[in-house]
Design a protein. Structure first.
Length: 197
């Protein structure tokens, strides 16, 4: 068992295998098996959307609740471990999770037949529409404001010290803006399906 958990790839693969075992067990106990139809495809896309969203918002909150507040407490000689190793890897997963969340969300809305009504904020889909627009702004921020500024701030691309400092501040403020938007965005996403609005 320890060998599984020493490799992220093996851990994820084992999680998928466990999911398949659970699906087979539930199917054999209940006598109902997965019927791959439109309803199941919607469910699967929603699952992918939630999975991607957890990665995206989880990393957003990691940056804002853990990494940014902890950096001033870390001795200068230890900061490169974060800025050269941890932050670039976290930013890789952060930006691709943002894209995956948006793509799966738009596909889910299209497959469900409400993408136009949601994006145009029509009455029956206003909550999910607001959530979608908030998420789209957040994803734009990730790719076109946070990421370019973080590349300069972390020294991934050359920048003068004053540009680096300004980039670090802009990345932090935009990340905080996304954290601010994430609270109503998550509420709107859940509210539409569960009658919260």
């Amino acid at each position: 068992m320890g060998a599984i958990f020493q490799s992220l790839g093996r851990t994820v693969t084992a999680g998928i295998v466990l999911l398949i075992v659970i699906i087979l067990l539930v199917g054999s106990v209940s006598g109902t098996w997965i019927k791959v139809d439109h309803a199941w495809s919607l469910f699967f896309m929603r699952w992918l959307h939630v999975l991607s969203g957890i990665m995206w918002i989880g990393l957003l909150w990691y940056f804002n609740f853990v990494q940014i507040p902890s950096m001033p407490k870390i001795p200068d000689e230890q900061k490169p471990a974060v800025s050269k190793v941890i932050a670039p890897t976290a930013l890789f997963w952060f930006r691709w999770a943002a894209l995956a969340t948006v793509v799966t969300g738009l596909l889910l809305a299209w497959m469900s037949g409400y993408i136009g009504q949601a994006l145009s904020l029509q009455r029956s889909h206003v909550a999910i529409g607001i959530g979608m627009w908030l998420a789209l702004v957040m994803a734009y921020n990730v790719w076109f404001i946070i990421w370019p500024n973080q590349q300069r701030a972390l020294g991934m691309v050359p920048a003068e010290p004053d540009v680096k400092a300004k980039s670090q501040r802009m990345a932090m403020l935009t990340s905080r803006f996304n954290t601010f938007f994430s609270i109503p965005m998550l509420f709107c996403m859940v509210a539409q399906q569960n009658g919260g609005l």
